[in-house]
Design a protein around this ligand. Structure first.
Ligand SMILES: C[S@@+](CC[C@H](N)C(=O)[O-])C[C@H]1O[C@@H](n2cnc3c(N)ncnc32)[C@H](O)[C@@H]1O
Length: 368
């Protein structure tokens, strides 16, 4: 049986499963779900085996909110012997395909942490053997060099059980299990800083940072205190208006790049039309935030918005779908072209991060 294996945050398997099932059905591909509860792993067992690769070709991973990474299975669960594990894996793979990289994967929980030591050790002889058999190309170390290539995934359920599969380099995460390991900057006043750092990495292509994320730009941070997100804007050389009744870190104010206004983020309107980024981390009802974000973009108060939508305790997938639909409806009503992506990022918890920008001029922009 061919399945798609998806990785998500532990505890969000239901949402991740509901989403792949729905989006596959839009493409007339069907299957049933098997959730590995609190392990962050979802199996979508397909009715038709050729739908595995077809879905990977049709559906961009970037469009899935809850899945961090995915692959299509090549084997069912393999029972590994105590010795000669490498040989058993090679034999199961056959000789038909070549891969440009190998990913050793496991559950994102405590059992997975234990297993990761075993996987690290095994990966050295496994890589060597794969190269020798020409199953792994020599460039192997950086799959980004080979955008048309495939990545070999080995998902270890235990030291004795593995599932093998592949993903397409151009439609998968460059990070193992979709997890970017970011370093917490000690100068940041809060850990939330990693959320915005990851969001920029995920949503904005590196080769566009020079024009979209650069020094001298103006930014507004709604719900900014104590300043973890402002820190990310300041470190990129931006001038930031920080809106929050709470106090901002002294170190940020001392840079001279931050103006702090103690007021309600729902009432603030920028005086000039020179704001490129508006970021928002206010803990508020997601419906209210979604409405505010579409207004900012439609009125031309900012060019790009990055914001969080808090997740409810229950019906999370449905709520997120409704919130995003409200934003799309507002854009459609004004006939604008737009880009809108949402992701449950690694550093997010009970929220998702959304990036939005208009690709046609803001229709409600007042004359300056
Ligand atoms: C999660 S914290 C923001 C953390 C910040 N992004 C950081 O990295 O340090 C949420 C903030 O939103 C602020 N907030 C909530 N509702 C607000 C509103 N209506 N207007 C302005 N700020 C608000 C709170 O005072 C709080 O400081």
């Amino acid at each position: 049986m061919t399945s798609i294996v998806l990785f998500c945050r532990p505890g969000f398997e239901k949402e991740c499963g509901a989403e792949i099932q729905e989006k596959a059905a839009w493409n007339e591909m069907y299957g049933y779900l098997e959730l590995k509860k609190n392990k962050g792993i979802v199996f979508f067992h397909l009715q038709e085996s050729e739908h595995g690769e077809a879905l990977m070709n049709k559906l961009p991973l970037k469009r899935l909110i809850f899945a961090r990474q995915w692959f299509v299975t090549v084997t069912d669960t393999l029972a590994l012997p105590d010795y000669n594990r490498v040989e058993a894996i090679i034999e199961a793979l056959g000789t038909e395909w070549q891969y440009s990289d190998l990913r050793m994967e496991m559950a994102d929980d405590n059992d997975g942490k234990e297993l990761s030591k075993f996987c690290r050790k095994l990966s050295v002889p496994l890589r060597q053997a794969l190269r020798k058999k020409k199953l792994l190309t020599q460039k192997g170390n950086n799959s980004a060099d080979d955008p048309d290539g495939a990545i070999l995934h080995a998902l270890f359920l235990s030291g004795q059980e593995v599932i093998l599969g592949f993903s397409l380099v151009r439609n998968s995460s460059p990070h193992v299990m979709g997890i970017p390991r970011l370093k917490f900057p000690s100068a940041s006043p809060s850990r939330s800083t990693l959320k915005l750092d990851e969001a920029f990495l995920f949503f904005i292509p590196r080769d566009e940072w020079g024009e979209r994320l650069t020094s001298g730009m103006h930014a507004v941070d709604l719900g900014s205190a104590p300043g973890g997100w402002t820190y990310q804007l300041v470190r990129r050389g931006m001038m930031v208006t920080a809106i929050d009744n709470g106090a901002m870190a002294e170190s940020l104010m001392a840079t001279g790049q931050v103006k702090h206004k103690m007021m309600d983020g729902f009432k603030y309107i920028p005086m000039k039309h020179n704001v490129h980024w508006m970021v928002c981390d206010m803990i508020e009802k997601p419906q209210r935030v979604a409405k505010l974000m579409s207004e900012w973009l439609l009125k031309g108060y900012c060019k790009e918005a990055m914001f969080n939508l808090k997740l409810p305790m229950k019906g999370r997938y449905q709520q997120v779908t409704n919130d995003l639909q409200a934003i799309k409806d507002a854009f459609d009503e004004h006939n604008v072209k737009y880009e809108l992506y949402a992701k449950h990022l690694y550093y997010d918890r009970e929220e998702i991060t959304v990036h939005a920008r208009l690709l046609s001029p803001a229709p409600l922009k007042e004359k300056e």
